[in-house]
Design a protein around this ligand. Sequence first.
Ligand code: ADP
Ligand code: MG
Length: 979
Amino acid sequence: TRIIRTLKAMGIRSVAVYHDADAQSLHVQQADEAVCLGAGTVSETYLDIDRIIQIAVEAGAEAIHPGYGFLSENTDFVTRCEAAKISFIGPTADQIAMFGLKHEARRIADEAQVPLVPGSPLLTDLESAIAWASEVHYPVMLKSTAGGGGIGMQVCESEQDLIQAWESVRRLSANYFANDGVFLEKYIRQARHIEVQIIGDGQGSVISLGERDCSAQRRNQKVIEETPAPGLSDALRSDLHQTAERLMASVNYRNAGTVEFILDAETGSFYFLEVNTRLQVEHGVTEMVWGVDLVDWMIRLAASEMEPLADHKRNLMPKGHAIQVRVYAEDPCLDFQPSAGLLTEVDWPEVADVRIDHWLQPGLEVTALFDPMLAKVITLREDRTGAIASLKAVLADIKLYGVETNLDYVGNILNSAVCQSGQLLTRTLGEMTFHSPRIHVLSSGTQTTIQDFPGRTGFWHIGIPPSGPMDSVSFRLANRLLNNASSAAGMEITLNGPTLRFDSPTRIVLTGATIEAKLDDEDIAMHRVVTVHAGQTLMLGKVVGAGARTYLAVHDGFYCPDYLGSKATFTLGQFGGHAGRALRAGDVLRLNEPPSRQAGDPGPALNPTTPATSQVNTCIPEIHDSWTLRVIYGPHGAPDFFTDNDIKTFFEHEWQVHYNSSRTGIRLIGPKPEWARETGGEAGLHPSNIHDNAYAFGTVDFTGDMPVILGPDGPSLGGFVCPATVIQADLWKLGQLKAGAKVRFIPISYDQAVSLEAEQTKALENLQPLPDCPLPETTAIEHLPSPVIHQTRLGEDTVTCRLAGDHFLLVELGPLELDIAIRFKIHALMRWLETNPTPGIKELTPGIRSLQIHYDSQVLSLDRVIAKIDQALEQLQDHTDMSVPARIVHIPLSWDDEACRIAIEKYTQSVRPNAPWCPSNLEFIRRINGLPDLAAVKEIVFSASYLVMGLGDVYLGAPVATPLDPRHRTLGDVGGRGR
Ligand code: ADP
Ligand code: MG
């Protein structure tokens, strides 16, 4: 991205090459053209010279900028570029070769009277190594001549060490750099790394652009770099610059390079280390202080369009102090092991005089294939203190979630006295200890997710379910016992719990289904506030006895980025929570403290007030194997869809929970309904089919003959009748329904449901007994209130308002027919309600011939909702003409997709094998539509233009569309699944 930015500024077209795994990188999007190198190994992709030259030639490229790594110091590549008449933006192949091997570079430096670290020539055997070591005196450093990136060097304090290091350094060098040449250098204990940026014109003129201090290194690799280097005398500074210029002029160096020196902080002497014949990662600090663009210079030099360098430098004046941090995807607590993962949050602060070079965006997968550097963050201020302070502030505001990073680690360094006083040595970081408070997931359990309450609401109209804790009462109780904010994120645990190691102290509470729980070796109780000390391990075993889900809350909640306003995990959508999925062993979680990148911050004080055990005991929800779910009858019942007898059976039967149940829905085993109709009419073969409408949370959906109670991750829109809807106050019970458990449905009135919810909320707040309500004496059909609570007209069409539980109202229009005009009228109603908002109406979800109104019955009465609809209809009566904005979207459509076949196969195995669309949905569509062959089905599917009638379903926004051409309209199947 850094190079593309300059090319853009210079008006030069760019072609990027990229590995398949980098397809989402910013540079791929920003380049004018991007060519994929495939998904092979590094040598098959970024190091494939033939391929890259071929791409460059085909693209008509005039020059190649090699960047920092890969082929940037490869002499073959330079030669091949030249042969292809492409200019290589960098030094000549000879110059790269001269400095490519460190022992060779030392010889050239020596010739240019540059002071060398005392050391040896290339060594061929251990005896001469030992001899040389006693000459330069221990400690010495055994170095690979071809090494780089801090790899291939080892400090030896004694002959013993040297004997040990000899083979391993040589072997490593042979493996990494295909060259086992080694030599010795005196190890400078009090070393600072100071390097000089130089630029040459290839004709003997070389200028320097100041020095950089890169002493902050972990494992001999730079982490923090700055310019100017702190605490140097003017004489020393100019001596360094002149020495570097002299060396590079002696070889007529061309383009940008860096001369690295070791400065002995004890003696003030400096020694040559090596030359890097390319642009360096840390060049940005030099650019900021000198106000130049080095990539621009490199390109002009390569194009021979640069004015004489000395003239150029005369106009430049360094100004201020710049400091850079390299942000790595690595774990400082695990010896800087690279960390891979899905980035679910990426947010960079925007501050003047702060430059952040990066390649990231949310949703990008950081792989372990390449260097783990994520970003370079550079601040420029008048002085060093200001630059450090501003860098600290910027780092604290960076949000990266999904991989472990070194952000806290570098924040810690910037806070240290050695760094602030400018006395950092190359070995300092190795001697610093670092601790980062977090929670390690040692094992994950069956299905453990991060959830929050009330989850992700307001997106039902685009098919995104609320998610959140399935047993929200237990979840809320856990937060309440810790005095957490009600929005604090906690953990939902299913049947088998995770093992978690806490690095920082906190307090926890377990609620919900009773689970085996040990903190280190001690058993811990449910529903009690337990103090966890740093270093302790919480082991959660199996859920014992009744119930399916346990909840773990921690003081102040888990830290997680919000996705569409919630931390709840929706695994099917792959978003929310930790990386959009259930936890896995190896995951690292954090407590929800404001990320303070400050050393020694003790974190927030823990709230010590713990409610009395006796009080807590009164409000623990009862979990068992035999449940009564209180429901509101409707939205669809007898006599239109079910027989009276069906409804009677529905309420009288004790249903059994099917093993194939999950957060999307609870399937129930029980008697088949008789049904009041033969078929679903226009909507499908089966009498359970209706034209698609939005579902209420917790509604009981008859998918064919089998009822499914829709769960928090369930579908939003579909074409099945729902005879009853679980009341808000009982939704929590769904989370505890285990396979085999018994369920009975108890119809209650709307008013009872509303007051039960109010009482439940109050009870949870005040830790009082949870409400119960007397069971009705009879559930006979004639005593049930009708689900249809209001009927009126819009022009010719009847309007039917149906109760769908205590939070949803389903407004249906016209007969049970697919009619585009009706769909438009629904749209008009929705628009009117949107432009005339009512507090308490939460969302509006249109269906094919209906509008579902989601409202908060705790703040808005049903009467007021109905009054609002009447008002809307009144106003809409006269508006017979309307036009709505529309657009044509082209979407790829696969035919006979493998995923569909797998879905049918799964259905056959786990639900029923004899559904009409088994074993082939396509064959079924052919048959039901009376078409001669599959080709005819395909012809219709692919030639039709569709009108989107609704949007929803659990598969994230699967649209329900109808072919525009009436000839194609009959194409349908059971439940509208094929439309
Ligand atoms: P690389 O090619 O891996 O960059 P360098 O020779 O530049 O190798 O060394 C990298 C780092 O290793 C230096 O910045 C310094 O911290 C340390 N180092 C190298 N040589 C010595 C030495 N002789 N004495 C002390 N430290 C050294
Ligand atoms: Mg180096």
